[in-house]
Write a protein that binds this ligand. Structure first.
Ligand code: HEC
Ligand code: HEC
Ligand code: HEC
Length: 134
């Protein structure tokens, strides 16, 4: 019995149960893709560097607003975000900094809705300025 209890408490610590470990990325994409003194990792900047059209910067709610073109069923003008975003963050896992430096957790982008038992995508407002006419 003692052994089982010890195991349970170890699991509890590992899973963070009962402790107030805050989610470091509560809004998913925009919580991690930020501008710091050292680097500008905002999606607006990264996508601009990749030559993405300005449609991305007009998006308000990230990443769900991107679905306007990146339709989840793959029928939009661009591939679904799930296809693009999963491969970007998990390609070459031994070298991919999302995995090597950020732990590669699904929960960095997804949250669990306990009531429905469904995994959902976390969202947040864009963290860049966009002026109409730009
Ligand atoms: C916990 C941090 C984190 C979160 C959350 C996150 N990313 Fe990333 N993202 C990264 C890292 C690290 C890289 C660089 C991966 C590599 O080494 O290629 C990256 C790369 C990217 C790139 C490629 C940029 C380039 O220059 O090639 C895009 C686009 C991107 N992420 C979009 C998203 C979107 C959209 C979301 C939300 C659905 C998201 N990311 C969530 C950390 C994160
Ligand atoms: C107005 C339409 C539109 C909107 C809105 C849009 N995109 Fe795109 N995106 C495109 C098109 C078109 C492509 C090119 C697809 C192709 O090459 O087949 C693309 C390509 C991409 C790529 C691949 C780039 C590469 O070089 O590999 C990423 C990543 C991406 N979009 C992320 C996003 C994110 C994140 C958002 C929301 C913040 C967004 N897009 C909003 C139309 C859009
Ligand atoms: C960097 C961000 C990111 C990470 C990390 C991530 N996902 Fe996703 N995932 C997305 C995005 C964006 C979508 C598309 C959401 C939408 O269509 O609105 C998605 C969609 C999905 C879907 C489809 C949901 C559905 O309704 O069909 C599944 C399943 C999924 N992810 C599983 C995973 C698993 C398992 C992991 C961890 C191994 C993971 N994801 C990690 C960004 C991420």
């Amino acid at each position: 019995m003692k052994k089982i209890l010890a195991l349970i408490s170890t699991l509890a610590v590992v899973a963070g149960f009962g402790s107030a470990i805050a989610d470091p990325y509560p809004e998913g994409c925009v919580s991690c893709h930020v501008q710091t003194e050292g680097a500008d990792m905002r999606l607006s900047t990264l996508l601009e560097m990749k030559g993405h059209a300005r449609g991305a910067n007009r998006t308000v709610e990230v990443p769900t607003g991107c679905n306007r073109c990146h339709a989840p069923d793959g029928e939009g003008v661009a591939p679904s975000t799930r296809t693009l975003v999963h491969s970007i963050h998990f390609e070459y896992p031994l070298e991919n900094t999302f995995v090597t430096q950020y732990g590669g957790e699904c929960t960095h982008c997804h949250a669990m809705d306990g009531a429905t038992g469904k995994a959902v995508i976390k969202t947040g407002k864009r963290n860049w300025e966009y002026h109409v006419g730009e």
